[in-house]
Design a protein around this ligand. Sequence first.
Ligand SMILES: N=CN[C@@H](CCC(=O)O)C(=O)O
Ligand SMILES: [Mn+2]
Ligand SMILES: [Mn+2]
Length: 356
Amino acid sequence: MSMSMTGTGTTVSHTAADMSRWAGRAEPFETARACYWYQLAQPYTFDKTSQHIGLIGFACDQGVRRNQGRVGARAAPPLIRQVFAALPVIAELQQRFDGQLPALLGDAGDIHCHDNDGFAERALEEAQLKYADKVSHIIQQGGLPIGLGGGHAIAYGSFLGLWQALQQTDTTNDTDALPRIGIINFDAHLDIRQSDVATSGTPFRQIAEHLGEQGQPFNYCCIGVSRFSNTAALFDRAEQLGVHIISDEECTNKKWKKIAAQIASFIDDVDIIYLTIDMDCLPSSVVPGVSAPAAYGISLAFVERAVKLILSSGKVKVADIAEINPTFDVDGRSCKVAARLLATIIEQHLLITETH
Ligand SMILES: N=CN[C@@H](CCC(=O)O)C(=O)O
Ligand SMILES: [Mn+2]
Ligand SMILES: [Mn+2]
């Protein structure tokens, strides 16, 4: 474990995969087709790997605290993993990767941010950098990093990891040669707040500024935006930044074909995608365990359908799932939904991945 002190009582650390979390049903009397994810996951090998997926936790909620939200999200990564571990591996994947499945999924452990109720210490920023290093490393090894939040401040870390990986692979140092980055966020909130510190409500404004300083365009599509969860000031900023907004009401009332065409057109205009799912895009009846529950929300069926469409582009280079707060969960249902979306991302990614 690597650990560093960032202020009084504040620590940021990385812990390696805890394989005891990867457990599930034992079925000795079934055929080999009774296969679960817990049987396949292995510790992520940072030195040399052919693993296609690297799961990395961001156990941090200082951004939520700074954003005046309800803390608790830092407990989520191991719980989401644990529920995902017990899900079965679908038949299509078993057929496709016959015999190779155990080499596909790596658990890269967790970045922890213990801020001890501190507001001002720079633990969040350090946690974002440490997390970004892992994300970048996994991308450079050819894998898809999937971040497990933590608060939505994970988004700035995921983006930084992608950015670092692009810088490493761009030998020309020519920013014009960089691929066009698209960001797709499922969220009731725009998360482009103006603030003197980074929070869970600022990541996409920070990304916009970062890209602006580098002379790069900010291509941001936010799906599930609620008019009751964002101020006019935020909608003004979204307009200035050219954000593609698909509201929660559109997701519900418009025909799927129209929404799919909007998403597809956004995807067509970029080369690579960062996909992030803030779990508060779903209704509070489906996902009660978040800092800011949604009264309306968009359906799980819609989110899954859209996530599959986005993954099928083959452009997603990093993904994350954020804002699950186990303190407010009911019977583990929010973690269960997060685990289902995690499985959807993993399945879709592996189904479009070339076999060696
Ligand atoms: N990451 C979430 N951010 C939301 C939280 C809203 C709230 O706490 O009510 C936001 O800042 O808009
Ligand atoms: Mn949100
Ligand atoms: Mn958010």
